[in-house]
Design a protein around this ligand. Structure first.
Ligand code: MN
Ligand code: MN
Length: 468
Protein backbone atom coordinates (compact mmCIF):
# COMPACT_ATOMS: atom_id res chain seq x y z
CA UNK A 1 0.00 0.00 0.00
CA UNK A 2 1.32 3.43 -0.89
CA UNK A 3 1.34 6.26 1.61
CA UNK A 4 -1.30 7.99 -0.50
CA UNK A 5 -3.60 4.95 -0.32
CA UNK A 6 -3.04 4.68 3.42
CA UNK A 7 -3.78 8.37 3.87
CA UNK A 8 -7.08 7.95 1.99
CA UNK A 9 -8.07 5.19 4.43
CA UNK A 10 -6.99 7.09 7.55
CA UNK A 11 -8.48 10.50 6.87
CA UNK A 12 -12.08 11.74 7.00
CA UNK A 13 -13.17 13.35 3.80
CA UNK A 14 -16.51 14.66 2.66
CA UNK A 15 -18.20 12.37 0.18
CA UNK A 16 -20.40 13.33 -2.73
CA UNK A 17 -23.77 11.69 -3.28
CA UNK A 18 -23.48 11.65 -7.06
CA UNK A 19 -20.11 9.92 -7.22
CA UNK A 20 -20.63 6.22 -7.91
CA UNK A 21 -24.44 6.62 -7.87
CA UNK A 22 -26.00 3.87 -10.00
CA UNK A 23 -28.18 4.93 -12.94
CA UNK A 24 -31.41 3.49 -11.45
CA UNK A 25 -30.75 5.21 -8.12
CA UNK A 26 -30.18 8.48 -9.97
CA UNK A 27 -33.58 8.08 -11.65
CA UNK A 28 -35.22 7.24 -8.33
CA UNK A 29 -33.63 10.35 -6.80
CA UNK A 30 -35.04 12.57 -9.58
CA UNK A 31 -38.52 10.99 -9.31
CA UNK A 32 -38.42 11.44 -5.55
CA UNK A 33 -37.75 15.17 -5.99
CA UNK A 34 -40.73 15.47 -8.38
CA UNK A 35 -43.05 14.15 -5.66
CA UNK A 36 -41.43 16.47 -3.17
CA UNK A 37 -42.06 19.53 -5.35
CA UNK A 38 -45.78 18.65 -5.52
CA UNK A 39 -45.84 18.33 -1.71
CA UNK A 40 -44.32 21.82 -1.40
CA UNK A 41 -46.89 23.30 -3.78
CA UNK A 42 -49.77 21.68 -1.88
CA UNK A 43 -48.44 22.62 1.56
CA UNK A 44 -47.41 26.24 1.99
CA UNK A 45 -48.67 26.52 5.57
CA UNK A 46 -48.54 24.17 8.56
CA UNK A 47 -52.29 23.53 8.20
CA UNK A 48 -51.91 22.64 4.53
CA UNK A 49 -48.96 20.36 5.30
CA UNK A 50 -51.03 18.51 7.90
CA UNK A 51 -53.94 18.20 5.46
CA UNK A 52 -51.51 16.84 2.84
CA UNK A 53 -49.89 14.47 5.36
CA UNK A 54 -53.30 13.06 6.33
CA UNK A 55 -54.27 12.49 2.69
CA UNK A 56 -50.96 10.75 1.99
CA UNK A 57 -51.14 8.75 5.23
CA UNK A 58 -54.69 7.53 4.63
CA UNK A 59 -53.79 6.38 1.12
CA UNK A 60 -50.93 4.44 2.76
CA UNK A 61 -53.22 2.64 5.20
CA UNK A 62 -53.08 4.95 8.23
CA UNK A 63 -56.28 5.60 10.22
CA UNK A 64 -57.05 8.02 13.08
CA UNK A 65 -55.95 6.52 16.41
CA UNK A 66 -59.48 6.91 17.83
CA UNK A 67 -60.87 4.53 15.20
CA UNK A 68 -58.85 1.58 16.51
CA UNK A 69 -60.30 -0.42 19.40
CA UNK A 70 -57.06 -2.34 19.85
CA UNK A 71 -53.57 -2.19 18.41
CA UNK A 72 -51.24 -4.86 17.09
CA UNK A 73 -47.86 -4.97 15.34
CA UNK A 74 -48.01 -3.48 11.85
CA UNK A 75 -51.01 -1.23 12.59
CA UNK A 76 -50.74 2.31 11.21
CA UNK A 77 -52.38 5.15 13.12
CA UNK A 78 -52.13 8.92 13.44
CA UNK A 79 -52.83 11.52 16.13
CA UNK A 80 -53.96 14.97 15.04
CA UNK A 81 -53.47 18.14 17.09
CA UNK A 82 -55.48 21.24 16.14
CA UNK A 83 -54.91 20.81 12.39
CA UNK A 84 -51.28 21.97 12.74
CA UNK A 85 -49.40 19.12 14.38
CA UNK A 86 -49.57 15.41 13.59
CA UNK A 87 -47.95 12.21 14.81
CA UNK A 88 -47.98 9.07 12.65
CA UNK A 89 -47.11 5.66 14.08
CA UNK A 90 -46.45 2.18 12.76
CA UNK A 91 -46.75 -0.26 15.65
CA UNK A 92 -43.65 -2.40 16.15
CA UNK A 93 -43.41 -6.09 16.94
CA UNK A 94 -41.38 -5.46 20.14
CA UNK A 95 -42.82 -4.30 23.46
CA UNK A 96 -43.40 -0.55 23.27
CA UNK A 97 -41.36 -0.18 26.48
CA UNK A 98 -38.28 -1.01 24.37
CA UNK A 99 -38.73 2.49 22.99
CA UNK A 100 -39.88 4.33 19.91
CA UNK A 101 -37.90 5.31 16.83
CA UNK A 102 -38.96 8.89 16.21
CA UNK A 103 -38.22 11.15 13.25
CA UNK A 104 -39.39 14.67 14.08
CA UNK A 105 -39.59 17.57 11.63
CA UNK A 106 -41.28 20.97 11.73
CA UNK A 107 -43.81 22.16 9.19
CA UNK A 108 -44.00 25.87 10.00
CA UNK A 109 -41.81 28.17 7.90
CA UNK A 110 -40.85 31.84 8.07
CA UNK A 111 -43.50 34.06 6.50
CA UNK A 112 -45.62 37.17 7.04
CA UNK A 113 -48.83 36.82 9.04
CA UNK A 114 -51.69 39.28 8.58
CA UNK A 115 -52.28 41.38 11.68
CA UNK A 116 -55.69 40.89 13.29
CA UNK A 117 -56.97 44.25 12.01
CA UNK A 118 -55.00 44.31 8.77
CA UNK A 119 -56.96 46.31 6.20
CA UNK A 120 -56.42 49.99 5.58
CA UNK A 121 -56.45 52.47 2.73
CA UNK A 122 -53.69 54.94 2.02
CA UNK A 123 -53.37 57.31 -0.92
CA UNK A 124 -55.72 55.40 -3.19
CA UNK A 125 -54.37 51.95 -2.37
CA UNK A 126 -55.72 49.23 -0.07
CA UNK A 127 -53.11 47.45 2.03
CA UNK A 128 -52.81 44.64 4.58
CA UNK A 129 -50.62 45.12 7.64
CA UNK A 130 -48.43 42.13 8.53
CA UNK A 131 -46.32 40.84 11.39
CA UNK A 132 -43.46 38.62 10.27
CA UNK A 133 -43.16 35.10 11.69
CA UNK A 134 -39.72 33.60 12.30
CA UNK A 135 -36.32 34.87 11.24
CA UNK A 136 -36.52 36.66 7.92
CA UNK A 137 -34.33 39.10 6.02
CA UNK A 138 -37.10 41.63 5.43
CA UNK A 139 -35.75 43.03 2.19
CA UNK A 140 -36.16 39.58 0.57
CA UNK A 141 -39.94 39.82 0.91
CA UNK A 142 -40.42 42.99 -1.13
CA UNK A 143 -41.02 43.18 -4.87
CA UNK A 144 -41.95 39.51 -5.28
CA UNK A 145 -45.36 37.94 -6.01
CA UNK A 146 -47.12 36.83 -2.83
CA UNK A 147 -50.12 34.62 -2.09
CA UNK A 148 -52.61 34.58 0.80
CA UNK A 149 -53.29 31.28 2.59
CA UNK A 150 -55.31 30.63 5.70
CA UNK A 151 -58.60 30.26 7.46
CA UNK A 152 -61.33 32.70 8.44
CA UNK A 153 -64.32 31.89 10.62
CA UNK A 154 -67.61 33.57 9.74
CA UNK A 155 -70.04 34.81 12.40
CA UNK A 156 -72.19 31.69 11.91
CA UNK A 157 -69.19 29.49 12.78
CA UNK A 158 -68.53 28.36 9.23
CA UNK A 159 -64.86 27.97 8.33
CA UNK A 160 -63.62 29.56 5.10
CA UNK A 161 -60.33 28.32 3.65
CA UNK A 162 -58.44 30.96 1.72
CA UNK A 163 -55.85 30.36 -1.00
CA UNK A 164 -55.37 33.23 -3.43
CA UNK A 165 -52.39 33.62 -5.73
CA UNK A 166 -51.58 30.02 -6.64
CA UNK A 167 -53.68 29.40 -9.77
CA UNK A 168 -52.45 30.90 -13.04
CA UNK A 169 -55.47 33.21 -13.32
CA UNK A 170 -55.46 34.23 -9.64
CA UNK A 171 -54.28 37.71 -8.73
CA UNK A 172 -51.13 37.88 -6.62
CA UNK A 173 -50.09 40.44 -4.00
CA UNK A 174 -46.83 42.25 -3.36
CA UNK A 175 -44.93 44.52 -1.01
CA UNK A 176 -43.62 47.46 -2.98
CA UNK A 177 -40.03 48.64 -2.60
CA UNK A 178 -38.40 51.99 -3.21
CA UNK A 179 -36.92 52.72 -6.64
CA UNK A 180 -33.10 53.03 -6.58
CA UNK A 181 -33.41 56.63 -7.84
CA UNK A 182 -35.00 57.66 -4.54
CA UNK A 183 -33.31 55.12 -2.28
CA UNK A 184 -30.12 57.01 -1.44
CA UNK A 185 -31.04 57.28 2.24
CA UNK A 186 -32.51 53.74 2.38
CA UNK A 187 -29.44 52.21 0.72
CA UNK A 188 -27.14 53.87 3.24
CA UNK A 189 -28.89 52.08 6.12
CA UNK A 190 -27.76 48.63 7.26
CA UNK A 191 -29.57 45.65 5.70
CA UNK A 192 -31.18 45.07 9.10
CA UNK A 193 -32.72 48.53 9.06
CA UNK A 194 -33.26 48.91 5.33
CA UNK A 195 -36.85 47.70 5.49
CA UNK A 196 -38.78 48.12 8.71
CA UNK A 197 -41.31 45.61 10.01
CA UNK A 198 -44.11 48.17 9.77
CA UNK A 199 -43.22 48.73 6.11
CA UNK A 200 -44.08 45.15 5.18
CA UNK A 201 -47.55 46.13 4.02
CA UNK A 202 -49.13 44.11 1.24
CA UNK A 203 -50.76 45.79 -1.75
CA UNK A 204 -54.21 44.31 -2.23
CA UNK A 205 -56.22 46.75 -4.32
CA UNK A 206 -56.49 50.11 -6.00
CA UNK A 207 -59.90 50.56 -7.62
CA UNK A 208 -62.32 52.76 -5.73
CA UNK A 209 -66.08 52.17 -5.81
CA UNK A 210 -69.23 53.51 -4.22
CA UNK A 211 -70.58 57.00 -3.67
CA UNK A 212 -68.57 60.08 -2.79
CA UNK A 213 -69.95 59.95 0.76
CA UNK A 214 -67.47 57.14 1.46
CA UNK A 215 -64.03 58.51 2.29
CA UNK A 216 -62.20 55.20 1.73
CA UNK A 217 -63.59 53.96 -1.57
CA UNK A 218 -60.79 51.47 -2.30
CA UNK A 219 -61.18 49.83 1.10
CA UNK A 220 -64.95 49.81 0.58
CA UNK A 221 -64.48 48.00 -2.74
CA UNK A 222 -62.13 45.42 -1.20
CA UNK A 223 -64.60 44.76 1.66
CA UNK A 224 -67.34 44.32 -0.95
CA UNK A 225 -65.22 41.83 -2.91
CA UNK A 226 -64.44 39.90 0.30
CA UNK A 227 -68.11 39.89 1.22
CA UNK A 228 -69.23 38.63 -2.20
CA UNK A 229 -66.41 36.07 -2.66
CA UNK A 230 -66.07 34.75 0.89
CA UNK A 231 -69.07 36.12 2.81
CA UNK A 232 -66.79 37.70 5.42
CA UNK A 233 -66.66 41.15 7.00
CA UNK A 234 -63.72 43.14 8.30
CA UNK A 235 -64.22 42.01 11.91
CA UNK A 236 -63.87 38.36 10.82
CA UNK A 237 -60.14 39.03 10.33
CA UNK A 238 -59.78 39.32 14.12
CA UNK A 239 -60.02 35.56 14.58
CA UNK A 240 -58.51 34.67 11.20
CA UNK A 241 -55.10 33.12 10.56
CA UNK A 242 -53.90 34.31 7.17
CA UNK A 243 -50.32 33.81 6.07
CA UNK A 244 -48.59 35.72 3.28
CA UNK A 245 -46.25 33.38 1.40
CA UNK A 246 -44.39 33.50 -1.94
CA UNK A 247 -46.78 32.91 -4.85
CA UNK A 248 -44.40 30.92 -7.03
CA UNK A 249 -44.27 27.15 -7.32
CA UNK A 250 -41.39 24.82 -6.51
CA UNK A 251 -39.02 24.58 -9.48
CA UNK A 252 -36.06 22.56 -10.65
CA UNK A 253 -32.90 24.65 -10.49
CA UNK A 254 -29.90 24.25 -12.78
CA UNK A 255 -29.35 23.03 -16.33
CA UNK A 256 -28.89 19.56 -14.86
CA UNK A 257 -32.06 19.97 -12.73
CA UNK A 258 -29.81 19.21 -9.78
CA UNK A 259 -31.57 21.34 -7.17
CA UNK A 260 -35.06 22.08 -5.91
CA UNK A 261 -35.81 25.78 -5.47
CA UNK A 262 -38.90 26.64 -3.42
CA UNK A 263 -40.39 28.42 -0.46
CA UNK A 264 -40.69 26.56 2.84
CA UNK A 265 -38.07 23.86 2.41
CA UNK A 266 -36.98 24.53 6.02
CA UNK A 267 -38.28 22.20 7.20
CA UNK A 268 -40.76 20.63 4.80
CA UNK A 269 -37.88 18.87 3.06
CA UNK A 270 -37.43 16.84 6.25
CA UNK A 271 -41.19 16.53 6.78
CA UNK A 272 -41.61 15.01 3.30
CA UNK A 273 -38.64 12.64 3.62
CA UNK A 274 -39.83 11.53 7.10
CA UNK A 275 -43.34 10.92 5.78
CA UNK A 276 -42.14 8.96 2.76
CA UNK A 277 -39.88 6.82 4.93
CA UNK A 278 -42.59 5.91 7.46
CA UNK A 279 -44.92 5.03 4.55
CA UNK A 280 -42.30 2.59 3.25
CA UNK A 281 -41.73 0.84 6.58
CA UNK A 282 -43.38 -2.56 6.87
CA UNK A 283 -43.40 -4.43 10.19
CA UNK A 284 -40.74 -2.53 12.16
CA UNK A 285 -39.36 -4.06 15.36
CA UNK A 286 -39.65 -0.86 17.38
CA UNK A 287 -42.70 1.36 16.94
CA UNK A 288 -41.91 3.93 14.25
CA UNK A 289 -43.08 7.51 14.79
CA UNK A 290 -43.11 10.44 12.39
CA UNK A 291 -43.78 13.65 14.31
CA UNK A 292 -44.55 16.87 12.41
CA UNK A 293 -44.62 19.91 14.70
CA UNK A 294 -45.55 23.56 14.35
CA UNK A 295 -43.99 26.74 15.85
CA UNK A 296 -40.32 25.67 15.63
CA UNK A 297 -39.43 28.96 13.96
CA UNK A 298 -40.65 30.94 16.98
CA UNK A 299 -39.20 28.74 19.70
CA UNK A 300 -41.30 25.53 19.62
CA UNK A 301 -43.80 27.20 21.95
CA UNK A 302 -47.59 26.93 21.97
CA UNK A 303 -49.94 23.98 22.03
CA UNK A 304 -48.87 22.77 18.57
CA UNK A 305 -45.10 23.19 19.06
CA UNK A 306 -42.61 20.62 20.39
CA UNK A 307 -42.96 22.07 23.91
CA UNK A 308 -46.66 21.12 23.91
CA UNK A 309 -47.69 18.03 25.91
CA UNK A 310 -49.29 16.63 22.74
CA UNK A 311 -46.41 14.22 22.08
CA UNK A 312 -46.31 12.88 25.68
CA UNK A 313 -50.08 12.50 25.78
CA UNK A 314 -50.16 10.64 22.47
CA UNK A 315 -47.44 8.24 23.62
CA UNK A 316 -49.45 7.57 26.79
CA UNK A 317 -52.52 6.83 24.66
CA UNK A 318 -50.48 4.39 22.54
CA UNK A 319 -49.21 2.56 25.63
CA UNK A 320 -52.71 2.45 27.14
CA UNK A 321 -54.21 0.93 24.00
CA UNK A 322 -51.40 -1.63 23.67
CA UNK A 323 -51.22 -2.62 27.35
CA UNK A 324 -54.70 -1.88 28.69
CA UNK A 325 -53.42 1.00 30.81
CA UNK A 326 -50.47 3.38 31.01
CA UNK A 327 -48.71 3.91 34.32
CA UNK A 328 -45.81 6.28 34.94
CA UNK A 329 -43.23 3.48 34.94
CA UNK A 330 -44.37 2.17 31.57
CA UNK A 331 -44.37 5.68 30.12
CA UNK A 332 -40.91 6.45 31.53
CA UNK A 333 -39.43 3.24 30.15
CA UNK A 334 -40.92 3.89 26.74
CA UNK A 335 -39.55 7.43 26.57
CA UNK A 336 -36.10 6.72 27.98
CA UNK A 337 -35.59 3.80 25.58
CA UNK A 338 -36.68 5.90 22.60
CA UNK A 339 -34.43 7.71 20.15
CA UNK A 340 -35.16 10.65 17.90
CA UNK A 341 -33.74 12.04 14.73
CA UNK A 342 -34.57 15.73 14.92
CA UNK A 343 -34.86 16.06 11.18
CA UNK A 344 -34.13 19.66 10.42
CA UNK A 345 -32.16 21.46 7.76
CA UNK A 346 -28.55 22.59 8.00
CA UNK A 347 -26.80 25.52 6.37
CA UNK A 348 -25.06 24.45 3.17
CA UNK A 349 -21.72 26.05 2.35
CA UNK A 350 -22.34 28.99 0.03
CA UNK A 351 -19.43 29.80 -2.33
CA UNK A 352 -20.73 33.38 -2.49
CA UNK A 353 -20.24 33.79 1.27
CA UNK A 354 -17.26 31.61 2.28
CA UNK A 355 -16.21 33.80 5.19
CA UNK A 356 -19.04 32.69 7.54
CA UNK A 357 -18.10 29.00 7.34
CA UNK A 358 -15.30 26.90 8.72
CA UNK A 359 -14.94 24.42 5.89
CA UNK A 360 -13.77 21.41 7.91
CA UNK A 361 -17.04 21.46 9.87
CA UNK A 362 -19.52 22.64 7.31
CA UNK A 363 -22.07 20.80 5.20
CA UNK A 364 -22.05 21.03 1.42
CA UNK A 365 -24.94 20.72 -1.02
CA UNK A 366 -24.45 17.28 -2.57
CA UNK A 367 -22.53 16.00 0.46
CA UNK A 368 -25.47 13.91 1.66
CA UNK A 369 -27.49 13.88 4.87
CA UNK A 370 -26.05 16.39 7.34
CA UNK A 371 -25.60 15.30 10.96
CA UNK A 372 -25.32 18.04 13.56
CA UNK A 373 -24.14 16.72 16.93
CA UNK A 374 -25.07 20.07 18.41
CA UNK A 375 -26.49 23.38 17.23
CA UNK A 376 -26.81 26.33 19.60
CA UNK A 377 -24.96 29.62 19.49
CA UNK A 378 -22.00 31.36 21.16
CA UNK A 379 -20.46 28.56 23.17
CA UNK A 380 -23.05 25.85 22.39
CA UNK A 381 -25.67 27.80 24.33
CA UNK A 382 -29.05 26.04 24.11
CA UNK A 383 -27.56 23.09 22.25
CA UNK A 384 -28.71 19.53 22.64
CA UNK A 385 -25.32 17.86 22.45
CA UNK A 386 -25.81 14.27 21.30
CA UNK A 387 -23.59 11.74 23.09
CA UNK A 388 -20.64 9.96 21.48
CA UNK A 389 -22.51 6.68 21.99
CA UNK A 390 -25.60 7.88 20.14
CA UNK A 391 -23.70 9.56 17.30
CA UNK A 392 -21.76 6.33 16.82
CA UNK A 393 -24.95 4.26 16.86
CA UNK A 394 -26.57 6.47 14.20
CA UNK A 395 -23.53 6.78 11.94
CA UNK A 396 -23.11 2.98 12.06
CA UNK A 397 -26.71 2.54 10.89
CA UNK A 398 -26.11 5.03 8.08
CA UNK A 399 -22.87 3.32 6.99
CA UNK A 400 -24.50 -0.13 7.02
CA UNK A 401 -27.27 1.13 4.76
CA UNK A 402 -25.15 2.96 2.20
CA UNK A 403 -26.33 6.42 3.26
CA UNK A 404 -23.93 9.23 2.27
CA UNK A 405 -23.67 11.62 5.20
CA UNK A 406 -21.56 14.51 6.45
CA UNK A 407 -21.03 16.40 9.70
CA UNK A 408 -21.62 20.10 10.20
CA UNK A 409 -21.90 23.04 12.52
CA UNK A 410 -24.01 26.06 11.71
CA UNK A 411 -21.20 28.32 10.51
CA UNK A 412 -18.13 29.62 12.31
CA UNK A 413 -18.05 29.49 16.13
CA UNK A 414 -18.70 33.18 16.78
CA UNK A 415 -20.71 33.76 13.61
CA UNK A 416 -24.21 32.92 14.76
CA UNK A 417 -26.11 29.75 15.41
CA UNK A 418 -29.60 28.45 15.80
CA UNK A 419 -31.88 26.00 17.50
CA UNK A 420 -34.16 23.14 16.56
CA UNK A 421 -36.62 20.88 18.39
CA UNK A 422 -33.70 18.67 19.53
CA UNK A 423 -33.17 20.29 22.93
CA UNK A 424 -36.84 19.93 23.86
CA UNK A 425 -36.88 16.28 22.79
CA UNK A 426 -33.69 15.71 24.80
CA UNK A 427 -35.37 17.21 27.89
CA UNK A 428 -37.82 14.30 27.83
CA UNK A 429 -34.81 12.03 28.62
CA UNK A 430 -34.26 10.65 25.16
CA UNK A 431 -31.32 10.38 22.77
CA UNK A 432 -31.68 12.83 19.93
CA UNK A 433 -29.53 14.21 17.14
CA UNK A 434 -30.20 16.82 14.48
CA UNK A 435 -29.89 15.53 10.96
CA UNK A 436 -31.40 16.66 7.69
CA UNK A 437 -30.81 18.31 4.38
CA UNK A 438 -28.34 21.19 3.78
CA UNK A 439 -30.10 24.30 2.46
CA UNK A 440 -28.88 27.34 0.52
CA UNK A 441 -30.66 30.69 0.98
CA UNK A 442 -32.29 29.33 4.15
CA UNK A 443 -35.34 31.30 5.38
CA UNK A 444 -35.56 33.18 2.08
CA UNK A 445 -38.64 33.06 -0.16
CA UNK A 446 -36.72 30.70 -2.49
CA UNK A 447 -34.64 28.15 -0.62
CA UNK A 448 -32.44 25.69 -2.50
CA UNK A 449 -31.67 22.03 -1.77
CA UNK A 450 -29.69 19.38 -3.68
CA UNK A 451 -31.75 16.43 -4.91
CA UNK A 452 -29.10 13.92 -3.86
CA UNK A 453 -29.26 15.18 -0.27
CA UNK A 454 -33.06 14.96 -0.21
CA UNK A 455 -32.86 11.37 -1.39
CA UNK A 456 -30.18 10.54 1.23
CA UNK A 457 -32.39 11.97 4.01
CA UNK A 458 -35.17 9.62 2.93
CA UNK A 459 -32.76 6.66 2.88
CA UNK A 460 -31.37 7.65 6.29
CA UNK A 461 -34.77 7.80 7.99
CA UNK A 462 -35.72 4.44 6.45
CA UNK A 463 -32.50 2.91 7.78
CA UNK A 464 -33.15 4.35 11.27
CA UNK A 465 -36.70 2.94 11.39
CA UNK A 466 -35.51 -0.42 10.11
CA UNK A 467 -32.29 -0.98 12.08
CA UNK A 468 -32.29 0.88 15.37
MN1 MN B 1 -35.72 24.27 10.65
MN1 MN C 1 -35.68 27.62 10.33
Amino acid sequence: MTDKELYEILKYSIKNVYKDMAEDERREMLDFADGYRKFLDNGKTERECVREAIAMAESNGFVPFEEKTDLKAGDKVYFLNRQKNIMLCVIGSEDIENGLNIVGAHIDSPRLDLKQNPLYESDGMAMFKTHYYGGIKKYQWTAIPLALHGVVYKKNGEKVEISIGEKDDDPVFTITDLLPHLAKEQMSRTMLEGIEGEALNVLIGGIGAGSDEISERVKFNILNILSISYDITESDFISAEIEVVPAFKARNVGLDNGFVGAYGQDDRVCAYTSLMSIFDIEAPKKTAVCLLVDKEEIGSVGNTGMLSKFFDMSVAELIAKLKGSCDMVSYNRTISNSACLSSDVGAAFDPNYPSVSEKNNQSFAGGGLVLMKYTGARGKSEASDASAEFVHEITSILENNGVIWQTSELGKVDQGGGGTIAMYVANLNMDVIDCGVPVLSMHSPFEVTAKGDIYMAYKAYMAFYKDR
